[in-house]
Design a protein around this ligand. Structure first.
Ligand SMILES: NC(=O)C1=CN([C@@H]2O[C@H](COP(=O)(O)OP(=O)(O)OC[C@H]3O[C@@H](n4cnc5c(N)ncnc54)[C@H](O)[C@@H]3O)[C@@H](O)[C@H]2O)C=CC1
Ligand SMILES: CC(=O)C(C)=O
Length: 259
């Protein structure tokens, strides 16, 4: 129970990787604030997590809106009595060849995956400084933040940007004892991948499931990743064993991208 007495806020926490992270941090002893756009999924996630005895609140918010992110953190402190760990996990995908990416599509994905992370980093650091907390900020990048994947140009640009923000924030907030890191999963079988696979099918005529299988086929360890695999790394980044680590964007992908 390395996170006893700590409070973690997880954006995009209603399903997928975010929910897996919330389950793991709750098992580590943390109180959890689940933040998401989707109120129905939030309610289901809260009832599942509460069954394990975890202290869980939900906040419906859109991470593209800076004030909503600030308010979500303030509400977490008001309801749970503290705030120690910020997980900037919310993200969306997009599948489009470079030559066809529209301005609206580029703006939309950057609003969630880049601005959403920036607002989370800003708001968490401000609150940690105000409270004198040596907090931890942890954001979702990807293998697509280390390597370019055809048809995922806009998405890759957002995940490379998360690495840049992580490095700069780590340097700027180190004097306050705040650490800033990122996790870089590979191919996790969530709703996001169902959407990516379907879009590849529409654009290329690939059979349903074929794109997912092709990506999984390139994983050295021979299986798709689970949210629990990702959550193990995030648990380390959220806990005291990683106190001397900052500015890193760590690959956890079963052996796909080697850095
Ligand atoms: N699934 C995968 O293979 C990989 C995913 N990632 C990243 O991990 C993160 C989580 O991915 P998944 O769980 O697979 O996605 P998902 O699509 O299953 O879940 C994303 C969650 O974020 C929420 N969300 C989306 N936009 C939001 C907004 N503006 N404000 C608040 N909440 C919002 C959704 O409602 C949803 O609950 C994302 O940042 C993704 O880019 C990184 C590498 C691999
Ligand atoms: C979804 C994702 O991050 C991929 C394709 O790497």
């Amino acid at each position: 129970m390395t996170l006893n007495g700590k409070t973690a806020l997880v954006t995009g926490g209603a399903r997928g990787i975010g929910f897996g992270i919330a389950q793991r941090l709750a098992a580590d002893g943390a109180a959890i604030a689940l933040v998401d756009l989707n109120a129905a999924d939030l309610s289901e996630a809260q009832s599942q997590l509460s069954k394990s005895g975890a202290k869980v609140i939900t906040i419906t918010a859109d991470v593209t809106d800076r004030q909503q992110v600030i308010d979500a953190i303030d509400s977490t402190v008001d309801q749970l009595g503290g705030f120690d760990i910020m997980i900037n996990n919310a993200g969306i995908a997009q599948v489009q060849p470079i030559s066809e990416i529209t301005e609206a599509e580029m703006d939309k994905i950057h609003a969630v995956n880049v601005k959403g992370v920036l607002w989370g980093i800003q708001a968490a650091a401000a609150r940690f400084k105000k409270d004198g907390t040596k907090g931890k900020i942890i954001s979702a990048s990807s293998i697509a933040g280390h390597d370019g994947f055809p048809m995922l140009g806009a998405y890759c640009s957002t995940k490379f940007a998360v690495r840049a923000l992580t490095q700069v924030a780590a340097k700027e907030f180190a004097p306050d004892g705040i650490t800033v890191n990122a996790y870089c999963p590979g191919v996790v079988g969530t709703d996001m991948w169902t959407e990516i696979d379907a879009r590849f099918s529409d654009l290329t005529g690939a059979k349903k499931g074929a794109t997912f299988d092709k990506f999984v086929g390139s994983i050295a360890l021979g299986r798709a990743q689970t949210a629990e695999d990702v959550a193990s790394l995030v648990s380390y980044l959220a806990g005291p064993d990683s106190d001397y680590m900052t500015g890193q964007a760590i690959l956890i992908d079963g052996g796909m991208v080697y850095r």
